[in-house]
Design a binder for this molecule. Sequence first.
Ligand SMILES: Nc1ncnc2c1ncn2[C@@H]1O[C@H](COP(=O)(O)OP(=O)(O)O)[C@@H](O)[C@H]1O
Ligand SMILES: [Mg+2]
Length: 415
Amino acid sequence: MTVTRSRKKIRFSLGVDNVLSYLSEKNIIDPAQLSEATIQPKLCKNFNLIIEISDQEKLLLKQEPFDETGNVKGDLSREWCIHQFGQQCPDFSFLKPLISQASFFDTESSILGLTYLINYDDLETWYDTQLTYPPTLAYAVGSTLAKIHRGTLDQVSAKTFLSRNDRPSTRRSREHPDFIQSLGQVTPETFGEVTEDGLKFYELLQRYASLEQAIAQLTPLYTPCCLIHNDLRFANLLVHHQWQSQAREHPEEDAAPVRVIDWEKWRWGDPTFDLGRLVAEYLKRWLRSLMASQDVPIEQALRLATTPLEQVQPSIRQLVRGYWHQFPEVTQRFPDFLARVMRFAGWGLIESLRAHVYYYDFPGNVGICQLQVAKSLLCAPDASMPVVFGEDELRLSDTPAIPPLPAPPLPAIEE
Ligand SMILES: Nc1ncnc2c1ncn2[C@@H]1O[C@H](COP(=O)(O)OP(=O)(O)O)[C@@H](O)[C@H]1O
Ligand SMILES: [Mg+2]
């Protein structure tokens, strides 16, 4: 199947018409079960396919696009690497209930097979349908992320396994990200790739000199010390339908309340980057609900938000508390923990705006508000805290909303 994306032609190996014969040829599904199977395409970042084998059994096939020269970026082989890490390294098997369950990777066709977890929804869909932001859910999200960071913190064996199994091209360039470079420079190609409206994003970025400086300072600030997801969005988190009871009653079982999925962009990185990115997700819920019209003054747009900031602030507070209760050492490691989270939240807002501009266009007033909030977070992180948390000071030692899950003992650092 061929698709045109961002004016480039890309090709996927599988479509609705040939997926069943592929599964049969590869002996992935018993041919007897295939006659009953139904197929549901799921177009996300990739062109994914859900194969319903029975009421209780579904398979998710993720496939990567091949470009015009017949190459893939290799993102799915990177995701497979994280699953192998959880499956093959006993010291890190704690990861298994915290991520999804992969069953095979077809290197040649770049197809990853995963168990489709029927008792979960992704958090983006959950918030879209429930239209409520329970702070306890955000607490469970923070706590889950902290387990992954804490469990791999300074673990040389983890770092060695992951870098050995990573693709050589990403291995070299991945110690410290260059934030300015990753924004992309305006080149003659940009004019071909981005709409005229989208160029406004680059224009505004250049207008704020202090913003560019603050972004450049993220590179020396960034401290790689554990496994991070590096692409945390609500759509990349799964929430169990019974998350409230799972959190208390079955913390270590398969039915984990929250799982982190879509590990294509993982890296050995800075944990405050991931947490900041999630804070940005909550802020985006507020920002995206602003009146989008160019004719509405920004002050009025802020007042008319259908998701007011006050609605997401309790979740932001509990997200950070849940994280810290599970990983209290993080504030010793990073005495400026909250300020770093603010800065990376600012970066998260800019990065998601850049992606929006690349795939769609510049979202008018909403985009301008998003950029201004990002600028405050990046240039004045301490002053931004009361705005983001909705309290003068976030006291991390406050009593948790739900009892914290027992933290595993910190593994020793290998020589
Ligand atoms: N194992 C799973 N069980 C249930 N739903 C899943 C699973 N993996 C992914 N999904 C759903 O499919 C969507 C896309 O999967 P993801 O791995 O994020 O792929 P992409 O790289 O295309 O974003 C997710 O946002 C989620 O809604
Ligand atoms: Mg995804």
